[in-house]
Design a protein around this ligand. Structure first.
Ligand code: GLU
Length: 552
């Protein structure tokens, strides 16, 4: 055994599996040409951020559109920052938005797939096996420097005004002899394992980022830490080992990692791994005071995916909106393919924003209104009910009390060529259905400016005389028109516009008075359908109540 091998034994005597063993356990995947293996690799350190969901969606899409595989890997090497239920929160968040996992962690301490374990804290021996090999090859070494020594080093580098970090002549432990290493190890000194960097900061490395294009940076010359004192890997080393063994083809992640790519490429090469393709996603931005800033976990409630769940945005809407942020041609595609499933969109990494898409809640609402307008009444009913069960007891009770009635509400003007776009989220449903339920109804008889109370009295008195529950929509509308002339209105809007002095108003004003009397709103879906659903007695009662109001 040469000295490197002896050192490797001293450090990792307990490790008996070799990298070759792991290559066999995790063989190359049998995938069709062009299939992409992607992963979402969050740390369980907080709630799922909308940016995380965005990245997961993009990785998911890349795998689905190429018949590849999408992995959920939990990067829990930093136990200090981990939160209770961190893993469950991530899984719950992804599930809530329909992001399905092909492989990886699927519940607390539960996983599926042949390339696991998928939780880094369960992979310690794997990392150590690869670390051991690097030591055997002289490509990694133990560093015994204390916190104080590292601080001193930093101060010295500051004084000399040179690059900071553990490298070259500043890398004290890089040149320890085997005897010195052995002595320190035998004395039980704590150590980290460092890469013996062969990089030269005067040379440049370039790579093609699938989103950002060609990027050039200096090579890494820092002897970075691979394993911490507790034998747990740093993010960088774990990334190389995991993405190699999980046979990831495309590393899709936040662009805060771009600066580390030279190191990552170096690690892949040093370990003898094929370098994956990289795609770095710019953060989601928010407009503020005319400028742009990153959506912030601390400042913006909409940064947490729980916000969308609590507000009752359907998962389809959130994904649909994220797709508009992901590829600017998505909206055109959607116009041409109104009802196609989202999964059919030909997503393209190259069409992603390189500087960060702007997040806009108003736009989200518009997108969501459109998505909801295309759902069936049954879908709206069951999704709203499911939301209400958790977040609005009163609404839940109302909707479940008479299912057919509730579905009747959601059926009005639905399934037509131009469905109405009234609802953006389930938390708006209560207001939307308010006037259908006497329990919720709060009459408000305010008229538009062009109508007086006297006008309303005349219209209502006439309509109460004529009201016929049994008539169909056409008959009802003809009645509206026929009522016009005797009351001094015209059934013809054009005619009214040409000669407004000649009339009190037009047929729209007549129906507005009735609409307000029955629903307290100026704008509703089809009024005839509403009155049919509310029922004869209730309609008559409301018409009379309104009449009384205007008379006084
Ligand atoms: N655990 C890293 C993070 O939370 C993952 C980065 C990556 O996807 O490689 O950002």
């Amino acid at each position: 055994m040469n000295e490197n091998q002896q050192l490797a034994e001293l450090l990792f005597g307990n490790i008996d599996k070799t990298p070759e063993d792991y290559e066999k356990i995790y063989p190359a995947r049998n995938l069709k040409e062009g299939a992409r293996v992607t992963r979402f690799a969050p740390s369980p350190t907080g709630f799922l951020h909308i940016g995380g969901l965005f990245a997961a969606m993009i990785a998911r899409l890349n795998a689905s559109t190429t018949d590849g595989a999408f992995i959920l890997r939990i990067e829990d090497t930093d136990k200090k920052r981990e939160i209770t239920d961190g893993v469950t929160e991530i899984i719950k968040g992804l599930n809530a938005f329909g992001i399905e996992i092909d492989e990886g962690v699927i519940a607390f301490n539960e996983e599926k797939g042949e390339y696991g374990p998928y939780q880094q804290s369960h992979r310690k021996e794997i990392y150590q096996s690869f670390a051991k090999r690097l030591v055997e090859q002289g490509l990694a070494y133990p560093c015994f420097c204390t916190e104080d020594e590292l601080n001193e080093l930093r101060e010295k580098q500051e004084e000399l005004n040179v690059n900071k970090g553990y490298y070259g002549e500043y890398a004290k432990c890089r040149n320890l002899t085997f005897e010195q290493q052995k002595e320190k190890l035998e004395a039980g000194l704590p150590y980290v394992l460092r890469l013996r960097s062969m990089g030269d900061e005067n040379k440049r490395i370039s790579f093609d980022d699938l989103i950002k294009g060609k990027i050039e940076m200096p090579e890494n010359n820092i002897d970075v830490v691979l394993l911490k004192t507790d034998g747990i890997p740093t993010y960088h080393f774990a990334h190389a080992v995991d993405d190699h063994l999980m046979r990831t083809t495309h590393v899709i992640r936040g662009d805060e990692w771009i600066a580390s790519v030279p190191l990552h490429i170096q690690l892949f090469k040093t370990c003898g791994f094929k370098v994956p393709k990289y795609a770095h996603i710019a953060p989601i931005m928010k407009e503020e005071n005319g400028g742009k800033r990153k959506l912030s976990k601390r400042k913006d409630p909409e940064a947490a995916v729980s916000y969308y769940i609590e507000q009752g945005y359907p998962k389809e809407s959130v994904i649909e909106y994220l797709l508009t942020l992901a590829n600017s041609n998505f909206e055109d595609w959607r116009k041409a393919n109104k009802t196609a499933p989202q999964s059919e969109f030909p997503f393209n990494l190259k069409k992603m924003s390189t500087s960060g898409a702007l997040f806009d809640l108003i736009k989200l609402n518009d997108v969501s209104k459109n998505v909801i307008s295309l759902m069936t009444a049954q879908e709206v009913y069951s999704k709203a009910l499911e939301w209400a069960k958790e977040y609005d007891e009163e609404l839940y009770a109302l909707l479940s009390k008479d299912e057919a009635f509730a579905k009747g509400i959601f059926s009005i003007d639905r399934g037509t060529a131009k469905p109405r776009k009234d609802i953006a989220k389930w938390s708006e449903i209560k207001e939307y259905v308010e006037y259908f339920y006497s329990e919720l109804y709060k009459p408000c008889y305010e008229l538009p400016e062009n109508l007086t109370k006297q006008n309303a009295v005349e219209i209502l008195e006439q309509y109460i005389k004529e009201y016929d529950y049994s008539e169909d929509k056409d008959a009802w509308f003809n009645r509206m028109k026929n009522m016009c002339e005797p009351l001094g209105y015209t059934p013809n809007v054009k005619e009214y516009k040409a000669n407004p002095e000649a009339y009190k108003g037009h047929v729209g004003d007549v129906s507005t008075v009735i609409r307000i009397a029955v629903t307290s709103r100026r704008n509703t879906p089809d009024l005839h359908s509403i009155m049919q659903l509310i029922g004869k007695d209730e309609v008559v009662k409301r018409l009379n109540n309104a009449l009384d109001f205007y008379k006084n």
